[in-house]
Write a protein that binds this ligand. Sequence first.
Ligand code: FAD
Ligand code: UDP
Length: 401
Amino acid sequence: AQREQAASDALAQSGVAAPAIRPASRNKPFDYLIVGAGFAGSVLAERLTTQLGKRVLLIDKRPHIAGNAFDEKDAAGVLMHKYGPHIFHTNSEEVSGYLSQFTKWRPYEHRVLASVRGGLLVPMPINRTTLNMLYNVNLKTDDEAEAFLASRGEEVEKIRTSEDVVVSKVGRELYEMFFRGYTRKQWGLDPSELDKSVTARVPTRTNEDDRYFTDKFQAMPLDGYTRMFENMLDQKGLTVETGVEYEDARAETVYDHLIFTGPVDEFFDHRYGKLPYRSLAFRHETLQQEWFQSVGTVNYPDEQTPYTRISEYKHLTGQSSKVTTITYEYPRADGDPYYPVPRPENQALYKKYEALALETPNVHFVGRLATYRYYNMDQVVGQSLATFRRIAEREGRTTIA
Ligand code: FAD
Ligand code: UDP
């Protein structure tokens, strides 16, 4: 009833009469309206329908499901990721086991090279090979590499920022070569202005492991992310509508509970001011050659190159083709919100929105944008499964599995 009131209030405010005929799917009331068909919204839609027998309407304003993980074949037939390269990796058996219900996997370990000194390609994260190549030395053991790094690392009293975390470990020269320019481009901020957690995502190694991630489970959905989402969302009781804005759906739909996975500040009409989200512009290119680069991603950490990295999808997907598709990433302030910006003042502002969120009845906020957390896909799945468990517990676990 509260929702119906909200809906009619919204209509009254917008000065539009209630539509005489609702879209067929909206004639019935829903238990849940879920906003956003990315990982957060889709996991909850699947769980609520299949485990609790709820009637769910899942909407997304984009013309497709899968959120930022959306992939499709381009005009040349190459499977590519519209919102930049997405590589799945996790240490959580709960998460990999859950997703395995909806896809088979292709084992894939991501490798990244950094282009430094005007074009020398070296392993990133920095490892023993990187050091040997850059300094023309012959470090043979972890201990030797550790000592080499220790002699360069600067003492930092309290590691607070994204500069501290790198400079203390590898020293200023490597910090400037690999991190300062990339970070300034990616975030529009100096590493000294960002929380340590940002650059701490990329470790430093003393061995020769050249994988970008070391998680136990590293694989790509065999037929792509979008197909995995299609399987996840093909459920009785679940209606999916794309190209639909929350504002419109809420005015036209009767529902008891809301799950919101868009930007939390937008939900509250930016009441306390805008929460900064960083955006990207993607340049996708199909080249009439079989391969463009030797690994999935090459990073360009110098500040002059306008993009941060180039990724080539066939490495990720294992697809064979005579042509190849690559994506350049150009960071920007305006555009779709992709990254929360981890720094203390933003966290403080988010906390004010979080307090509002907690006192808003019948609404759950889930996902990277709604909880303002720099989460990978597996973390969003984990967060969504935990939210589902809380909902089920509150209802006394009346699951119908
Ligand atoms: P999203 O996928 O953003 O979904 C939210 C959805 O809500 C969107 O589709 C949006 O259109 C919709 N929405 C928002 N507001 C409204 C509204 N008002 N009305 C209707 N719909 C609305 N993670 C990894 O694990 N590995 C990677 O390699 C990786 N690479 C990445 C590369 C890039 C360039 C980016 C940006 C992210 C990457 N990620 C990666 C992170 C990953 O994309 C996220 O963790 C994940 O997609 C978040 O899922 P989500 O459901 O929270 O949000
Ligand atoms: N980073 C960097 N140089 C690199 C790679 C990463 O400075 O070559 C920093 C940069 O600040 C980046 C952060 O580390 O935003 C996290 O990198 P990651 O590859 O995890 O970024 P994502 O894939 O989430 O964009």
